[in-house]
Design a protein around this ligand. Structure first.
Ligand code: PMP
Length: 411
């Protein structure tokens, strides 16, 4: 079990007040998480004690920075049960990780007639790069739909997955619906037709145990900033044999073994994909964030959020005139609730909640095709993390009642 009060004490920002002197109730964790003191301290410690460029220095600071940077890579690898830390590439975020696969793998491998299978619940980060690949290579995009209860509709999988499918790219957890997708089953089916399985774990990695081997992921992408780490650092896992076969993403320093005037030879994996000076300080602090989460235990993190979600779903059902999206089942849903007050724009909901100290998100959540499929332009979204409490869910529900009062004239 999580000791939530102890966890809360680790996050300095949770002590602050916001509008109207209200204590902050932070329910925008799907956008980005708050940072524990150990992570903030790790950044400061890096810059105060061993800031140096990695890999090429012979002096003490360079050696220490390199050791810490490569140590962080090993922590990321362990966190997702990658068999080898060379399978982990540091990138800026999930978006860059998915673009890396699209550019360095898909663009070179795919040809006209090939197919890429996605779902309609994808974040733009796991959609637009594939649109670019399709345009560039002549490959065709196919989409899995969602069911009535907002799960991935697998009834169409056999029809949509064909010998022409080269890539299946799906989110492990929807950032709008919270739906946790059965990636393991889809990966098995994808491999049966010779396709490569790309997993967007931006929402899943912060909230549940991830095992790339058990999932059958060929590539898996996630961002540090959603899991207690700094912004500007994320990771791409790739199977070694694929990474070794691939050409580089960006060219420049560090990614080469030798350079001549008219050609170059590439460095080994993973450095072949890390051109230029990497984000050393943030990578080190990302490693500390992973230590912190592992200290809590990812099973405990998931259990805590399941409980919060079950409680929030039960309480939100009490409110009239509210449409709630997603499976509404904590067994297949992360700590995310998207909803709409009938007749009230989600931005107005967000603004009223903010005046009560409750931070949620309102908008299309970078999932416009999903919005269209749901028949809405936007939703309000509350999303939980390790430091949220049932009392905060109560504050959220109370603030929703305030929305009803203010907009009582709305039929
Ligand atoms: N995929 C999903 C499911 C997400 O929720 C997000 C972030 N909202 C991303 C991808 C993109 O993450 P980032 O902005 O950190 O690149």
């Amino acid at each position: 079990m999580l000791d939530v009060e102890a966890v809360r004490r680790d996050f300095p920002i949770l002590g602050r007040t916001v509008r109207n002197g209200r204590r902050l109730v932070y329910l925008d964790n799907a956008a980005t998480s708050q940072k524990p003191r150990v992570v903030i301290e790790a950044l400061k410690h890096y810059y105060e004690h061993y800031n140096a460029n990695v890999h090429r220095g012979v002096h003490t600071l360079a050696e220490e920075a390199t050791e810490a940077y490569e140590g962080a890579r090993a922590k990321v690898a362990r966190f997702i049960n990658a068999p080898d830390s060379r399978s982990v590439i540091f990138v800026r975020n999930t978006t860059e990780a998915l673009n890396l696969v699209a550019y360095a793998y898909a663009r070179r491998e795919l040809k006209p007639g090939d197919e890429i299978l996605l779902s309609i619940m994808e974040h733009h980060s796991n959609l637009v790069p594939w649109q670019l690949v399709a345009r560039e290579t002549g490959a065709e995009l196919k989409f899995l739909d969602i069911t009535e209860d907002h799960r991935l509709d697998l009834s169409q999988l056999d029809r949509l997955l064909t010998r022409r499918t080269r890539i299946v790219a799906l989110t492990l957890m929807s950032n709008v619906l919270g739906t946790i997708n059965p990636i393991k089953a889809v990966a098995r089916a994808a491999h049966d037709v010779g396709a490569v399985m790309v997993v967007d774990a931006a929402q899943a990695a912060p909230h549940m145990p991830i095992d790339v081997q058990d999932l059958g992921a060929d590539f898996l992408a996630f961002s540090g900033h959603k899991m207690c780490g700094p912004t500007g650092i994320g990771a791409l896992f790739g199977k070694l044999e694929l990474l070794e076969r691939m050409g580089p993403f960006l060219g420049g320093g560090s990614m080469i073994r030798d350079v001549h005037l008219t050609y170059s030879e590439w460095n080994d994996v993973p450095w072949k994909f890390e051109a230029g000076t990497p984000n050393i300080g943030d990578a080190v602090a990302f490693g500390v964030a992973i230590d912190y989460l592992e200290g809590l235990g990812m099973e405990n993190v998931r259990r805590h959020e399941k409980e919060l979600l079950a409680y929030a779903l039960q309480r939100i059902a009490e409110i009239e005139g509210l449409e709630v999206y997603g499976p509404k089942d904590p067994e297949v849903q992360g700590g995310i609730i998207s909803f709409n007050y009938l007749g009230v724009h989600p931005h107005d909901v967000g603004t009223v909640l903010d005046s009560e100290g409750v931070a949620i998100r309102a908008g299309h959540h970078c999932a416009k095709p999903l919005m269209r499929r749901l028949g809405v332009v936007a939703t309000a979204r509350a999303s939980f993390y390790i430091y949220n409490t049932k009392a905060e869910v109560d504050a959220f529900i109370q603030a929703l009642a305030r929305v009803r009062e203010i907009f009582s004239h709305v039929p």
